[in-house]
Write a protein that binds this ligand. Structure first.
Ligand code: PBG
Length: 327
């Protein structure tokens, strides 16, 4: 009698490229990728972000070019972060029709608005001199309800400048519902909301601070973003509230360190789920690759496949154009 050992041979389906391709379970598509872009008011030359090799603060011109390249590669959406020359405590640039985000949104809506979705971050930290995501009380706390007023005004200004996707990322209570009502009242019932629903107070946002020129004395966001060690169910509660308030898409952020959350959110959400591969996730791979410690392209694709596999319908990544081209 010949030995039947081993009885099961999963390797059969791994033996050739053709077999592996046939049974691929996780596929990425360019249209599911969202490219975050930085634009700085008054710049004459694109300015490299040191902590994010390959990422720049764009001029209005180079921004248009980058958005065109993304569109040509089939990327689904560009997400704008505008950095004004002058910041103040109130974030006045946020809802100024001549503020850099609105100016750049008009540029992009005109140039690539038919080819992909044009959206912008809807938050105050890029435009305040203290770097917090909201306006402060005299004692220095972020004032939730006063901040909602600012977000509403900002969202309407962005919609009027041509944004198709309002993306509140400040983790204020009630922000999605407040913005939804403001958009509807201002005549923008068709503009969608991508809600940063389960957003954690993360060390992985480090390089982003340089990209948007946050003040050096910037303090933490622990009083409004979620604790990475927070109670079980907190993220699901945040997501459920945002969906109830009218979110069209919900998001988990960061991505790689929160794949468990992403998986749980996908299981309970009846709207598309996005995940943000943030600046620190980008920087880690670029830095290790620059040192020859990991294979850059392999690590990028593996990280994106993991995020997709955990449940993301959409992925924000600074590699969106490069990856879209390679697919
Ligand atoms: C807030 C915002 C942040 C990021 C995107 N939107 C910073 C923060 O919440 O502290 C981080 C993105 C990244 O690190 O790539 N407007």
């Amino acid at each position: 009698m010949t030995s039947q050992f081993p009885a099961a041979r999963p390797r059969r389906l791994r033996r050739t490229p053709a077999l592996r391709r046939m049974v691929t379970g996780v596929r990425l598509h360019p249209s599911e990728l969202i490219l975050p872009l930085f634009v700085k008011e008054g710049l004459t030359e694109p300015r490299p972000v040191g902590a994010m090799p390959g990422v720049v603060q764009h001029t209005r011109d180079s921004l248009r070019k980058a958005a065109h390249e993304a569109a040509e590669a089939g990327v689904g959406c560009v997400m704008l972060f505008g950095i004004p020359e002058e910041k103040d405590g109130y974030g006045s640039a946020a809802d100024d029709p001549e503020g850099i985000t609105q100016v750049a949104l008009r540029d992009l809506a005109a140039e690539v608005g038919d080819a992909l979705v044009v959206g912008a971050d809807t938050c105050l930290d890029e435009v305040t001199d203290h770097g917090h995501c909201g306006v402060l009380t005299p004692s220095g706390e972020v004032d939730n309800d006063l901040t909602l007023e600012r977000y509403a005004s900002m969202a309407v200004a962005q919609a009027e400048a041509g944004s198709q996707l309002i993306s509140p990322s400040g983790m204020m209570d009630g922000q999605v519902g407040y913005i939804r009502r403001a958009l509807d009242r201002a005549g923008h019932p068709h503009v969608a909301i991508l809600a940063y629903s389960a957003k954690f107070a993360s060390g992985f946002y480090g390089p982003f601070r340089e990209a948007v020129e946050m003040p050096a004395n910037f303090s933490n966001r622990n009083a409004y973003q979620q604790d990475p060690a927070g109670y079980r169910g907190e993220s699901l509660r945040e997501v459920a509230l945002d969906i109830e308030e009218g979110a069209d898409i919900v998001m988990v952020k960061p991505a790689l360190a929160y794949l468990d959350i992403l998986h749980q959110v996908k299981a309970m959400s009846d709207v598309p789920v996005a995940a943000y591969q943030v600046s620190g996730e980008y920087a880690m791979i670029e830095a290790a690759a620059a040192n020859g410690w990991i294979d850059r392209e392999r690590a990028i694709m593996e990280s994106l496949v993991a995020i997709r596999r955990a449940g993301a319908d959409l992925i924000l990544t600074y590699w969106a154009t490069e990856v879209a081209r390679s697919l």
